[in-house]
Design a protein around this ligand. Structure first.
Ligand code: UD1
Ligand code: CA
Length: 473
């Protein structure tokens, strides 16, 4: 338990550098918004209160927070006058004493463990103010940590206000701070906007505290990748790649084979059992669950899907579908919302299925469209069958029993029912029910006109071949 009284998340900024119609903190990494990733790390700290400062795109952000953190309080920063202004508002709206953890809403890679260690050090050192810092290979854009000869932090200088010599410093401010609330409240009203951005910088409280001998402490984190902030789309991609590696490593250590982790993208909410194998260029997102022994990929996208044990999904795209144990999907299969493939069933090449159940052991092997259908067990849907479910106005259901054989190129005009053990003849248009055990034939009877080629295509190569075969006019 962290013993933090209040967590303040600053998320009011304009996010100008994202050049986006939506709020910066609502952009996604691993299937969760930037702020959702941050709050997931904050939650286990069990802080007493959580306040999020909102401003730009406030309605969108508040709406999102009501879903992901319903207990969070929001404070509106009408005039975006800087991180210092945002922190002032959050602090003013809170009565209690104790330790305050301040975070920037745009640092999604922070972990609970790092935050807890930071909190523990702040407490054990009895600090009044602590700043989490990091050594970055490229510190450009961040506030720099200026330390005195004794190593203690003197102040934080923003990139835009930094002298060239200060820009050479590679220790940066991560935007994560701990303050004893009374100390911060007393000093935060003193910050001024006499800087290059004409903003109230929260970072200025460090030197103000030092001036009044309430010394601040800089605590260096040991993994700089956790502290990266997102200001533009290149940083969004950079952080997404770090999160991808983190998630993939966890799965691999838990027994999942990922053949090419650099091209495999798995959302944070996905569950994968041991002995699943994932081939390159695949993405598994949303709330998908993959059971032991399943094979996914290459080049497969699964969104909110359940894949049963020992099933395979190869070179395919599936969304909101259930793929049963031992079922085979792909290559080149498109499974849409509401598809249920029962165990040991098959959806093969160039097959599209939506809102349909394919029963145990049944096969839709090639070139078919299945929409709004219930298919029983061990039935076979011949190549190029179309479930004609739409009459231009409404969608209709098709029912297929057990042990049915639908001939290739059948059009099943819904609503229609095919009984258990029934057949349809290849090339049929079936718009009436076929009873159990019957064959439905819905096509014109074939007529052969003997000698037609010899008469009508006299000098053709076909006529010559026919003659050679003994055909007569
Ligand atoms: C800030 C720090 C910088 C640090 C970096 C770490 C300041 C002055 N600078 O810079 O030292 O290295 O974070 O990532 O604090 N925000 C508001 N209201 C505002 C302005 C910003 O709520 O008026 C929020 C933003 O939504 C964002 C966070 O505060 O989530 C940080 O703001 P941003 O503009 O991204 O600051 P940086 O330039 O990254
Ligand atoms: Ca930032």
């Amino acid at each position: 338990m962290s013993k933090v009284e209040l967590v303040i998340v600053l998320a009011a900024g304009e996010g100008t550098r994202m050049k986006s119609k939506s709020a910066k903190v609502l952009h996604e990494i691993a299937g969760r918004t930037i702020i959702e990733n941050l709050l997931a790390a904050v939650k286990p700290l069990e802080a007493k209160n959580l306040t999020v400062v909102v401003g730009s795109h406030k309605d969108e952000v508040i709406e999102h927070l009501s879903k992901i953190a319903p207990k969070a309080k929001t404070v509106f920063q009408e005039k975006r006058n800087g991180t210092g202004g945002a922190a002032q508002l959050a602090l003013a709206s809170h009565k209690g004493d104790g330790t305050v953890l301040i975070l920037a809403g745009d640092t999604p890679l922070l972990t609970t463990q790092t935050l807890q260690e930071f909190i523990d050090l702040h407490a054990s050192q009895k600090n009044k103010a602590s700043v989490l810092t990091a050594l970055l290979p490229d510190p450009t854009g961040y506030g720099r940590i200026i330390r005195g000869d004794d190593g203690a932090i003197l102040k934080i200088v923003e990139e835009k206000d930094a002298a060239d010599s200060e820009k050479d410093i590679d220790e940066i401010n991560t935007g994560v701070y701990l303050f004893e609330s009374k100390v911060l409240s007393a000093v935060i009203s003193k910050i001024q906007s006499n800087n290059s951005q004409k903003e109230l910088y929260l970072t200025d409280v460090i030197s103000l505290l030092n001036d009044q001998k309430d010394f601040a402490h800089a605590i260096l984190s040991n993994d700089y990748t956790e502290t990266l902030g997102i200001n533009d789309r290149t940083q969004l991609a950079e952080c997404a790649a770090i999160m991808r590696d983190r998630i993939n490593n966890q799965h691999m250590l838990a027994g999942v084979s990922i053949i090419d982790p650099t091209t495999t993208w798995i959302d944070a909410g996905v569950k994968i059992e041991a002995d699943v194998v994932i081939y390159p260029s695949s993405s598994i997102s949303g709330e998908s669950v993959i059971k032991s022994g399943a094979i996914i990929g290459p080049r497969t996208t699964l969104v909110d899907c359940e894949v049963g044990s020992d099933a395979s999904v190869i070179e395919s795209f599936a969304t909101k579908s259930k793929i049963g144990a031992g079922a085979k999907v792909g290559p080149y299969t498109y499974l849409r919302k509401g598809t249920v493939l029962d165990s040991d069933s098959k959806a093969g090449a160039f097959v599209e299925i939506k809102n349909s159940t394919v029963g145990k052991g049944s096969k839709v092997a090639h070139l078919s469209y299945v929409g709004d259908a219930q298919i029983g067990q061990e039935s076979n849907i011949g190549a190029a069958t179309v479930f004609v479910n739409y009459d231009g106005e409404n969608k209709h259901q098709t029912k297929i029993g057990d042990q049915v054989r639908i001939g290739s190129d059948t059009m099943l005009v819904a609503p229609v029912t095919i009984g258990d053990g029934a057949y349809t003849a290849a090339g049929s248009v079936i718009n009436e029910d076929v009873p159990a055990g019957a064959i439905g034939i819905g096509r014109a009877r074939q007529v052969n006109i003997l000698g037609w080629v010899l008469k009508k295509r006299k000098d053709s190569k076909s006529a010559a071949a026919a003659k050679k075969a003994g055909a007569k006019e």
